[in-house]
Ligand binder design. Structure first.
Ligand code: BGC
Length: 716
């Protein structure tokens, strides 16, 4: 629709119709049983008439269903304004990819973009228009269950993934390309930092940290063109984000130049009341609209009160018009006025979803997401050694993770089946550990005694991470630790495969195993991917996007912490008055960027093209990376930097770039990175972003524990 026609449409709308556009309901309000949801209808201040004025629906899917609802809706809607259909396509639609934390471990944004393209293709064929993804919240606290939905603790990595997701979902021409979805960057802002790791809890970030570490990934998603942003449940500066005018209007709209649709998180406008910043839903509606929230998801503040509010207040009337304009523009950008069913098509749907091609990508990405944490030589498995598979997750299809939308566990292979398809049947067997866990351990142990190697699949169930799944104890469940202790007594080689949604405290596990494989929730092709890694068909290359702590007491933990006045350094172990723990190291058990391979890489000849850098001239830093083992391997080469003196305290180290390189055994490659003045900028005391002249330390290595052994000067 031409812009003039769209403006004319806005002018033609009644206040009630405008308010309708700002309301989002879940799909069940439109189901044939909607009479049965009279309670919720009342709660949402809905009537049959108002229902056909709402602007969007969440959680619907299926070409048949979306076409039917759109048709029915448009027949009822006076101005024939189509509905928007939204859903949480987080790490796959039917074809499920690893959870975002696993995707983060690939360090491969191009591959992540491909997963987003597939998600969009599958979902758009079912008639969806918007996905509530990517979640780009930076995370430092694995007690928070939603770390599984994040891509980790580092802003650079998060930025690259944010762009990859948005570009993958939206493509180049959202209007013309019906296989694409509009992306929604969430949760603005700082949702990844809840106090104590408890979901929905308040957030206490100083503004410098917020700007320096947390905002950049949202900004990158916006710069990549994301059409929507979702508000966060939490507070920023003690004001809930959803009613925070400074955050939404001054920072998001003005500074960050976001001009799309701002949608509340589920019920978050209504939650301004229990937060205690609004007396009732009416005050909440006023606060949220004033802050600039365009769509209210699943609470009744707008639906109950906006009409009255705007009728009494000209300023609010203008704000309502702005919001409705944003929503109509989004519908227009998706081409819905011309094609209200957009990509929905039952035939394409059948071809698009869960195709072999999509599954192949799911396999590749799952393989690349797996991180080898320990290996004393037991992996890859030898095909003729006697192998036993056990553990609570060995026969499980709970491999998809908490946000696996249309993922079907019945179409998910268990590790038992995947391994049986590859292993030599004469030497492979599976023992159900439940016999052991039920206390009949002698029978179980007798069977195990004949094995050379035991593969034990451990971890969390998918309900143990994700939304509203915070934990204070992030160890493996006690029965799994008991199992490992018993296995250790048998003197067998033990390979633990972990399937879980967060960095776990593995301190007790490490001494009990010969190899440790972090597989996250690996998705549709997860069991096959794990099997390929275990048997060496694929050499592991995943690198942690988030630190694994030694103990829960270290949390929040991040490799790029701020410098302290009393740093703990190697030479000072005997000193007391330092920033340290009495009972643990400061460092992570497995640091950010860490991951082993079946081969080894040697780094040598760190070389800088110049000792100086300026605003006009950057420098090149290079290193030779040699594969010193006997299999081909993929290494992620990481560059870290430290700004020695800043106006505000700077991180002890920060990732500034990375590249992946594949080397054959014995092969050496020189990897070169460009360093420019732009990479040295940071948020100053007045929140302006610039660099300071002075010394920078730099290092290139295999993970964030690298020593920064070279330096250069920025001249201004
Ligand atoms: C979550 C969002 C999600 C929304 C819609 C909320 O509870 O916080 O991330 O997009 O529900 O399902």
């Amino acid at each position: 629709m031409k812009i003039d026609a769209l403006k004319a449409l806005l002018n033609e709308m009644t206040t009630e119709e405008k308010v309708g556009q700002t309301i989002q309901l879940s799909a069940d309000f439109f189901s044939d049983q909607s009479e049965d949801i009279t309670g919720p209808m009342n709660e949402m201040a809905m009537t049959e008439e108002k229902k056909y004025q709402v602007g969007s629906v969440l959680g619907i899917s299926g070409a048949k269903e979306t076409i039917a609802l759109q048709k029915r809706y448009m027949e009822e809607n006076r101005l024939n304004i189509p509905l928007l259909f939204m859903a949480d396509i987080i790490h796959g639609d039917h074809t499920i990819f690893p959870i975002p934390l696993g995707l983060g471990a690939t360090w491969n944004p191009d591959l992540i973009k491909q997963t987003a393209q597939i998600s969009a293709k599958e979902a758009s064929a079912q008639g969806l228009h918007v996905t509530f993804s990517p979640m780009v919240d930076l995370v430092r606290d694995p007690r928070w269950g939603r770390v599984m939905e994040a891509t980790g603790e580092d802003k650079l990595l998060n930025k690259r993934y944010a762009r990859a997701f948005v570009e993958g979902y939206q493509g180049e021409d959202l209007k013309e390309d019906l296989t694409k979805l509009a992306a929604c960057v969430k949760h603005f802002a700082g949702y990844g930092a809840p106090r104590g790791g408890r979901d929905y809890n308040s957030v206490d970030l100083n503004e410098n940290t917020l700007r320096e570490h947390y905002l950049p990934a949202y900004q990158e998603g916006i710069d990549a063109g994301a059409k929507l942003v979702m508000t966060a449940f939490n507070t920023i500066d003690n004001i809930p984000a959803t009613g925070n005018k400074r955050l939404m209007r001054d920072i998001l709209r003005e500074e960050m130049a976001f001009d799309g649709v701002l949608i509340s998180d589920w019920g978050a406008i209504g939650e301004l009341v229990p937060h205690g910043v609004a007396e009732d839903n009416k005050a909440a509606a006023k606060q949220a609209l004033t802050a600039g929230v365009d769509i209210e998801m699943m609470s009744a503040a707008y639906s109950e009160h906006l009409v009255d509010l705007v009728n009494q207040d000209e300023t609010l009337k203008t704000l309502l018009d702005e919001s409705v304009w944003n929503i109509l523009k989004l519908k227009n950008d998706l081409g819905l006025f011309e094609q209200p069913y957009r990509g929905a098509n039952e035939t394409t749907e059948k071809e698009a979803v869960f195709s072999n091609e999509n599954k192949q990508v799911a396999l590749t990405v799952a393989e690349q997401s797996i991180v080898l944490l320990e290996n004393n030589g037991v992996l890859p498995l030898k095909k003729d050694s006697k192998l036993i598979l056990t553990g609570p997750l060995s026969q499980s299809t709970d491999l998809l993770g908490a946000w696996s939308w249309k993922g079907n566990r019945e179409q998910t292979t268990t590790l038992e089946d995947a391994m049986a398809a590859v292993a030599n049947p004469d030497v492979f067997s599976v023992i159900d550990d439940r016999t052991f866990l039920e206390g009949q351990n002698s029978f179980f142990m007798d069977d195990l005694r004949t094995a050379d190697t035991v593969v034990v699949a451990l971890g969390e169930s998918s309900e143990m991470s994700g939304e509203a799944a915070s934990r204070t104890n992030i160890k493996l469940p006690e029965n799994q630790l008991v199992l490992l202790r018993e296995l250790k007594k048998l003197n067998k080689k033990v390979v633990a495969v972990l399937i879980n949604g967060r960095p776990l405290d593995l301190s007790e596990v490490v001494p009990l195993v010969d190899a440790l494989v972090e597989a996250w929730f690996p998705g549709t092709m997860g069991a096959e991917a794990i099997t390929n890694i275990l048997f060496g068909k694929v050499n592991p290359s995943g690198k942690l996007p988030m630190s694994f702590p030694r103990s829960v007491g270290q949390i929040p933990l991040t490799y790029n912490e701020d410098s302290t006045g009393r740093p703990m350094t190697e030479g000072k172990r005997s000193e007391k008055y330092l920033s340290r723990y009495l009972d643990a190291e400061n460092t992570a058990l497995y640091p950010f960027g860490f991951g082993r391979s079946y081969t080894t890489f040697e780094y040598a000849n760190l070389t800088l093209s110049s000792q100086k850098i300026s605003e006009d001239d950057g420098l090149q830093v290079s290193v030779d990376v040699k594969n010193t083992g006997d299999v081909k391997g993929l290494e992620t080469v990481q560059v870290y930097l430290r700004d020695k003196v800043g106006e505000v305290v700077r991180p002890v180290k920060e990732l500034v770039d990375f590249k992946q390189v594949e080397c054959a055994p014995g092969e050496s490659k020189t990897i070169t990175f460009e360093i420019t003045e732009e990479q040295l900028r940071y948020s100053h005391a007045d929140h302006s972003v610039s660099s300071d002249a002075g010394t920078f330390l730099i290092g290139i290595g295999t993970d964030s524990s690298v020593t920064l052994s070279a330096s250069f000067e920025l001249e201004k």
